[in-house]
Write a protein that binds this ligand. Sequence first.
Ligand code: CLF
Ligand code: SF4
Length: 290
Amino acid sequence: SILQADASTLAMTDRHPCYSYEAHHKYARMHLPVAPRCNISCNYCNRKYDCVNESRPGVTSEVLTPEAARDKFLLVRDKIEHLSVVGIAGPGDALANWDNVRRSIELIKEVDREVIFCLSTNGLMLPQYALEIVELGVKHVTVTVNCLEPVTGAKIYRYVNYRGKVYRGKAGAEILLKNQQKGIKYLAKHGVLVKVNIVMVKGINDKRIPEVVRLAKNLGAFITNIMPLVPAPGSVFENFAPTDPAELDRMREICGQDMRQMRHCKQCRADAIGLLHEDRSLEFNTAGKK
Ligand code: CLF
Ligand code: SF4
């Protein structure tokens, strides 16, 4: 296998509710909404809400400073049993807010040595930050890869804002797709367990999802998560049909012959807390407290 993760990293998946089906019955994760900005524009996204690459559309999470994120972590750790993972999944892109994200992780590492860190990103900035991710000791990174060809990418991404310049159409998609692939390869090679999320959009990328899965495998990814499109109001794809659950199942079945599949994703909020199937974020929101 091309999987480079060491035994202790692989053992962590036993406590990671997204990387292990069995773990999700027992272990809880919390998301820290410390990443408000995004550097690309996906056609299935409405940026008034959380990042759709890892969330249900139409949900808004309040943004925290790194210090507030650490304090919230301490509060939640006291109240939630078997909290094993701290994830950063928006509301924008983790790597478009890297200073906040890195600081949050550093502050939590000072008060907890056991917790598993997890990041979710569109992958645009991976070539720049993958080394720091590895050095920080982050072993779980999710990259959303919807396609391999810039011509398909141009139908999914409205623009890509890369190092201060905006690229549209195929030019933007080409940069994004290249950086995703380069980043996944680097992370996998350096012992990180990469999960690849794929949003299934009928008539856009669905036919070629098996190729995306195969490439993810060849780049050294650990698992793929084929997600349904939930059309977000106000997004370019708002009038698209939601992905048919039977077609999604069939796709996971086909791709499961090549690659480990996640089938229990709940498309959670950027401030989700608890077991995957019982979100307790509102208990810990300042808005929820009143
Ligand atoms: Fe969060 Fe994502 Fe890490 Fe899990 S969620 S950053 S890998 S700790 Fe999990 Fe939620 Fe699905 Fe994500 S169920 S949306 S796959
Ligand atoms: Fe929206 Fe996430 Fe895409 Fe950014 S990466 S545009 S937040 S879905």
